[in-house]
Design a protein around this ligand. Sequence first.
Ligand code: C2E
Ligand code: MG
Ligand code: MG
Length: 423
Amino acid sequence: MAEENERLRYYDVLTNLYNLTGFINQVEDYIRNNPNKLCLLMLVDIANFSFINKSYGVEVGDKLLMSVGNILKSHFKDADVLGRVGGDEFAIFAKGVRSKEDIYLLVERVMEVLDKHRAFHVGEVEIRLAVNVGVAVYPDDGRNFKELVQNASVALRLAKEEGPNVVKSYNKEIEEKIISFVKTESLIERAIKKGLFVFHYQPYFEAKSGRIAGFEALVRILDEEGRLHYPNEFIEQLEHSHYLSEFKDWALKEGYEKIEKWGKPISINISTRTFRDESFPERLIEYARRASSEIIIEITERLYMEDPQRAEEVIQTLKKCKNIRVAIDDFGTGYSSLSYLRQISADILKVDISFVRAMLEDERSRAIVETIVRLAKALGMRTLAEGVEREEQREMLVEMGVDYLQGFLLAKPMPEDKVEELL
Ligand code: C2E
Ligand code: MG
Ligand code: MG
């Protein structure tokens, strides 16, 4: 009986989450014991709750509250604190968030799960769920629960004024990030659904003869207004989005089609998550087996160094297929040591643009490029110099014995119709 009373003091009977008292206790305890951790408080308010209650009855309203509680429970780790802190208001306290980046990711993901469950079915009727979210960050927006909740409430009120499904943050910096995050997410979604991804192809050349040796496929989004968006704007987020696998399928298919059409090798950049995906080598090999020219997979040196052993395994698997070559991108920036160079079984090292850029003025950079070229040769690998912009660089690189050259001096990335003119 005492136990039961205790439960009632701290828990909400309907959703089994903490009630306001329980929530405050948990948050204050945590902050007291971890004063230096970055944390996130989110207030989630059901925008149309009183309407639902009035139109469909209290029982339906209760069911909706229970479902929202369950959605939040299934989405968050046990470690985070969840509460129903008001009639139709939920609170989430995410403990020990690693970085500010993680904050807007977290917020975006909550909006995403709620969005997925937007339609509730009660008997015959479908009810649309709409929410507002107010966000405040510990310690920036408040040093204790009271300050935090006050500021999150201010943000929530502003969100409600703007309409359903709006998120506001008390923190302007975070708010801007959330806005740009949501914008990019929408760009990616539209790119997938409306087929707005395009490759531009940048040729690279045999250093000695100047002949075209192949093309690197570089992704862009060509939006509805005809504006071109470059990968630095969206590639990182695409990597973490659930559209990644659809993008990968598109990229492989597109690259493969162009190889067939142009009969030239094409390089495709591979991101960390794609590279880690167990099914990726198989899918790639499937295309490569049928291809009439080579597919070159570019992985950055940094990615290679994250787990050299696994990277080697994947490379070995890929290289069993005669049409697949592997290039290490941005070479010289990923902290690999000589001992790793010995085991890398890639075909091509792409000397990072930063060395090529500094080479003319800076002796040390020149020495590094020279060494990479010589080492690669000794180890049976080819070299490609990225970012060749000046004639003096080209001459010096040819002198050093680099195999391939790529850069604005020779050709910029171009849309496919320009490639066809070139060929
Ligand atoms: P990256 O693979 O190192 O690609 C080379 C980047 O350098 C390209 O930028 C290219 O336009 C640029 N570049 C080439 N020559 C020159 C030059 O002479 N001077 C200067 N300043 N820049 C030059 P872009 O297209 O913006 O791509 C940036 C990065 O985005 C790429 O670096 C690559 O890491 C990534 N990326 C591009 N396409 C894809 C893709 O389809 N998938 C993945 N996962 N990443 C991609
Ligand atoms: Mg590349
Ligand atoms: Mg590069």
